[in-house]
Design a protein around this ligand. Sequence first.
Ligand code: ADP
Length: 475
Amino acid sequence: MLYINGEWRKANSGKTFDVVNPATGKVIATVASGGQAETKEAIECAHQAFSTWKKATAAERGAYLNKIAAIMKEKEEELAYTITTEMGKPLSEAKREVKSATAYVEWFAEEAKRVYGETLPASHPNKQLMVLKQPIGVTAAITPWNFPLSMITRKIAPAIAAGCTVVIKPAPATPLSAMKIFECFHEASLPKGVANLVMGPAEEIGPELTKNPLVKKLTFTGSTAVGKKLIRDSADTVKKVSMELGGHAPFIVFEDADIDAAVTGATGTKFVNAGQTCICTNRIYVAENIAEEFGRKLAERVSALKIGNGLDETTEIGPLINKQGFEKVQDQVADALAHKGEILCGGKPYHAEGLDGYFYEPTVINFANDDMKIATEETFGPVAPIFTFKSEEEVIQKANDTPYGLAAYFYTKDLSRGLRIMNELEYGIVGINDPAPVTVQGPFGGFKESGNGREGGKSGILEYLEEKYVSINLI
Ligand code: ADP
């Protein structure tokens, strides 16, 4: 269903699309498929609502967000179940996502009250200078399927905290989590038009969001290719854009590292969500003299991961989202083997009774090298290639030798080396002996072609604000 101006709606055309559980191949829901006309209407309603929402006090806006967070907590189980059934991640991870999605709502409920302006020292005795921060206006948000709930709240919460109104388009694979969060908005009596939901074909909805001059801001999480297109499409109306795009995270293990901690860290950051996150490790670089031990221990750990339907509480690896994702993994593994890679564990599709999805065994590849596709392409699947290195200089050069710059991880016990590497990495997020750096108070975002803008932290709300500079002549 679409949610426009505070009401649940069907598409004008009556068209629908199916939502499929990727673990079973079964249709679990059929939802409205809107298009350009509904998107335009949603934008106009958001524009209308902006004239009053921007005038609400920060405390009022924060109170709505707190109410939404309280409702999300009541519905935690239901929200997690929805995530798992529509995109396949294990229920334990889905519950973590609901907690993190809720944490963004609570964080921005507080940040709404801290949109401080500035006064500036003037260079003339009779002048007084100020900088005001004001909401930018109607915001379009386009979100992916891999975190179908938290990517929505990480955008909508700061936008409405800042005083903006929003039209959101979720990924076609995961409209149900989006509908669930809009149920929370509805229950919290969020004023009509403040948040609107449209779903349907990207080719129809996308151009309206990027070209409509009433939309002042576009926030996107997804692939780099689509992000670049959206930036181009937004150019004619000079929208402010923030982009969370692809990654190609290096995970570096120095010879002085705690190897067992690094094995645990690599397993966590590579195989979470079956490898389908933009901050997942994509390349593991291990110091030559510890590579054999690291590879053996990693393969031991990874081969024990339990594959299955995410609804089974013991599952650690769910299915890949679709055929395209599955084929990319198969292709990268075949290519690695053709380039003298060796499989330490996994390496093939997984089949079992009751499962009918794109399952792939968690895989570790030894003797990875720069000729392999996996050395330069994002995998978005459960494959961990192990490269080796001899020196700090060499590994820094390799880690940075990519157009991506989202997350990087490294393990060392040497403080000076830690600080040197931290400074050299061209990445927006760095985990030092820490495979899980993302948290609500930290700014999330990438360098280079991994995007621009930051989400979360105290920067998150700035993306939805304009600065207005005022000079007063005290005549
Ligand atoms: P993925 O390959 O992981 O699905 P995408 O970048 O294709 O990542 O998708 C992320 C989001 O962008 C989804 O909501 C998708 O529908 C949307 N999207 C894809 N192509 C376009 C487009 N041309 N215009 C607007 N949105 C798009």
